[in-house]
Ligand binder design. Sequence first.
Ligand code: ATP
Ligand code: MG
Length: 389
Amino acid sequence: MKEVILLKYGEMVLKGLNKNYFNSLLIKRVRNLLKEADGNFTLDYSQSTLCIRGDENADMDKAYSLMKKVFGVSTICRGIECEKDMAAIKKALIEHGDRFLMGAKTFKCTAKRSDKRFPLNSMQICAECGEIILENFDGVSVDVNDPEVNITIEIRDRAAFIHGGGEKGACGMPVGSNGKALLLLSGGIDSPVAGYMVAKRGVFVDAVYFESPPYTSEAAKEKVISLAKKIGEYTGRIYLHFVSVTEIQQAIMDNCEEKLFTLLLRRFMMRIAERIADEIHAGALVTGESIGQVASQTMMALNVTDSVVNMPVFRPCIGLDKDEIVTRARSIGTFEISSLPYDDCCSLFTPKHPNTRPTEDLLIEAEKKLDVEGLIERALAGRTYIKIE
Ligand code: ATP
Ligand code: MG
């Protein structure tokens, strides 16, 4: 009898020929994460489930919590592995029933019998196991319709597993299975959520942060580093690029109409991001915009922001309300960091009466007064980056 962690695969089980590839990425990710927990672990994949076993020094609590950050996993279960016979299963239930019940008053048993040679059918397994629990644990009763706990007995090819039903995993697709994208990461609430959502679909996300020293502070930069780290916790690593837009903002303020300030700056950001993306072989840009949230996010404004780049721009928050974005930010742990009160380069530069219905011609006309290419080149020449693992 041994404690195990079971990772149930999500939609990647639907992948046909590529399944082995997706599986190898997921296993690589799990192995890397398990390095953070004490002990040695072995992994064993079969029937859309990855079974994690630890040695006698293994910190299974830590291993379990690390597994919540693995994209591609729909459910994580902590359970017991035992021999495939009813005597061993019943013994495991008596010894470990408390752990599965977790104080619940009602339960039901579910049997999954993928080994069809097992002598009892699912109904019989449930009946016998239910009876054992009722006999050995006081104050619990069976509720088949709405139980607090669903004690699950899985009869698999090599062993039986018993667990309390499991917890939702990070879902999505294994990281690295869908290429790389570059996130425009500000210190705000939305862009970290956007980055997380794209990463969840199996995309490696690197990020670029535009700063305007001395107007934006070191603290603002540290905040963005903390946000990038949060995304990196899910993907294993993230490169964060820093580009100063101080000279660009100065040139815009000196030469252009105030109502176009934000849009002109956004177009510079997109152009610079596209060049970095090309260099790092990223296939798309990602931003945290949502239709109509602010003046620079009207449909026309988004159009003139996009029109300066040739690669796809993903905006996963586009149809989310602010409170929905906040809920997600809380659940991934970025909300508290984003709420720290440091200035962003855009907030120092917001026009009083922004143009919400800009046309491409208007912006092209305004940019004629600027040395667009020179400004971009100088900004890129000063770029720095860090790797967060
Ligand atoms: P966020 O909460 O993500 O900052 P926001 O609602 O404040 O979004 P804007 O400030 O208009 O919106 O920015 C729109 C998007 O542009 C951001 O989601 C982000 O992707 C990108 N962006 C804005 N400022 C920066 C910056 N300083 N560095 C990198 N990207 C930025
Ligand atoms: Mg912002």
